[in-house]
Design a binder for this molecule. Structure first.
Ligand code: DC
Length: 224
């Protein structure tokens, strides 16, 4: 059976990470969370007190920054210059910082190369905003995973709550809506559905059903 490149794009909170991880495990594929890479750059920029829209400063930062994704037994670890930042990047502020730096061409160029290198051999599930449109337009299967904004914000809010991060639901709805808008209106590689993507609306659907639906589609393509 062919080892495909599987692209999952969609707005924040649509369930891309949750189903991406499970789908990759079921297929025996590598899972690559590209948002984590933008979050790592955002974290470093915030720590250094950079203006997040400052292209030159971010270009210099990218040149002296290493971002690595490492698959270990407990899951995917994210390293920023050899520091494990897997948990540190999962806050509402880091989501907003990632979104801001991701609009800068120098940041996207740098991470695009890394993502292509990781995925080029196939047997990978990559999730993000521009995987099927820019990173791997030739991907074997493309999904656009969506859900209504209230449900996506509620899922994010639950995740934060479970981690002990205090935030209110209304604020999370506003942040998710702003991120949707910014990510889909930027000049470079905006979030949009690829023409040939399979749209999956996960509103009201259980995780297992979403994974089964996607796995069926991948196996169908891989078997032909
Ligand atoms: O998926 P996430 O919430 O971890 O992504 C954080 C931000 O990174 C998101 O708001 C936009 C940016 N991003 C991007 O521009 N392109 C990607 N392929 C992945 C994420």
């Amino acid at each position: 059976m062919k080892k495909l490149i599987v692209a999952i794009d969609g707005p924040s909170g649509a369930g891309k990470s949750t189903v991406g991880k499970l789908l990759a495990r079921e297929l025996g594929y590598l899972y690559i969370d590209t948002g984590a890479m933008y979050r790592a750059i955002g974290l470093k920029a915030v720590r250094e007190g950079l203006e997040l829209k400052e292209g030159d400063a971010l270009r210099a930062l990218c040149a002296r920054t290493e971002v690595r994704l490492v698959q270990d037994v407990v899951g995917l670890k994210v390293y920023l210059d050899n520091e494990d930042v897997s948990e540190t990047i999962r806050t509402p502020d880091m989501g907003m910082a990632a979104s801001a730096v991701s609009a800068q061409p120098c940041v996207r160029e740098r991470l695009l190369q890394l993502q292509r290198r990781l995925g080029e051999g196939g047997g990978v599930v990559l999730e993000g905003r521009d995987i099927g449109t820019v990173v791997f337009p030739e991907a074997g299967v493309k999904f656009y995973l969506d859900a209504n904004v209230e449900e996506r914000a509620r899922r994010r809010w639950m995740e934060f709550k479970e981690k002990g991060i205090e935030t209110d639901l209304q604020k999370t709805i506003e942040e998710v809506s702003k991120r949707d808008y910014d990510d889909s209106h930027r000049d470079i590689a905006p979030l949009k559905k690829a023409r040939d993507a399979v749209v999956v609306d996960s509103s009201g659907m259980g995780i297992k059903d979403v994974v089964t639906l996607m796995k069926t589609k991948v196996l169908e393509v891989a078997g032909n």
